[in-house]
Write a protein that binds this ligand. Structure first.
Ligand code: SAH
Length: 236
């Protein structure tokens, strides 16, 4: 696969330009030169194969010669709602959820959550999703929702029928693999766990509680394990 670069604007056959950090990455870090071919994407599901005409540190001129729309998305909506873990672990979470094909990440505020991202943190999450998309070949970006209260989110009327909430302490539970591939949302609690009241409130409005085994997983491990599990029916 040729080196991939993200541009935050419309793309079509013909002239294109890359500016700022992505231009620096192309010209200085990757040392690409006129005549080299790269792949541009902007999150619209397509990729644009382009030859470099001029490579400056701040601006790169290209000619898009071919447009493709490879199928790399899950055939259903997969959403993960989770309180953000701290520091690097949030980056790990965004990176892995992007690779696994999750379409939307909803940062949660719950009774016991401690990290409540502001605008600048949410922008960082978007940047990490772009970096992961460059690496894994995804042409649709993981969308990042604003910080949302669990009480509001779990009762939301527009959620799909398949809603799973991970909560330790119950053997077995519903296996996502036994259900038909369909739109689905998954919820994971904070390090302190969901409160029993939060779990009951969700189960009362149709969420299914599931266990992830006898060990307690960290927030990001639980989210990634659950997303991988729930994403499989569409990819096998
Ligand atoms: N201290 C909490 C655990 C929190 S782990 C407690 O004992 O309840 C963080 C989150 O990861 C949990 O809220 C849950 O959503 C998920 N999780 C971790 N391990 C799990 C397991 N074995 N089964 C189900 N969910 C789990």
């Amino acid at each position: 696969m040729s080196e991939r670069f993200y541009v935050n604007c419309g793309l079509e056959l013909g002239a294109a330009a890359i500016q700022g950090a992505e231009a620096h990455h192309l010209a200085v870090v990757c040392r690409l030169r006129p005549g080299d071919v790269v792949c541009l994407f902007n999150g619209d599901g397509r990729e644009y194969h382009a030859v470099i005409l001029e490579a400056g540190k701040r601006s790169v001129e290209l000619d898009v010669q071919r447009v493709e729309a490879p199928e790399r998305e899950l055939p259903f909506h997969l959403e993960v709602a989770v309180p953000l873990p701290k520091g690097d672990r949030a980056q790990f979470l965004v990176e892995k959820l992007t690779e696994l094909g999750v379409k939307r990440l909803v940062p949660l505020r719950t009774a016991r959550s401690v990290v409540h991202p502001g605008e600048s943190k949410l922008e960082k999450l978007e940047r990490w999703a772009i970096e992961a998309s460059k690496q894994c070949g995804r042409n649709v970006l993981l969308s990042i929702a604003p910080l949302t209260d669990w009480a509001v989110y779990c009762g939301g009327g527009d959620l799909p029928e398949q809603r799973w909430l991970a909560h330790p302490g119950r053997a077995g539970g519903v296996s996502p693999l036994r259900t038909m591939p369909a739109d689905r949302v998954l919820a994971v609690g904070p390090e302190g766990g969901f409160t029993e009241e939060e779990v009951e409130r969700a189960c009362a409005v149709g969420w299914q509680r599931i266990g992830l085994g006898p060990r307690i997983l960290r927030v990001e491990t639980a989210a990634v394990a659950l997303a991988a599990w729930a994403g499989l029916p569409g990819t096998l």
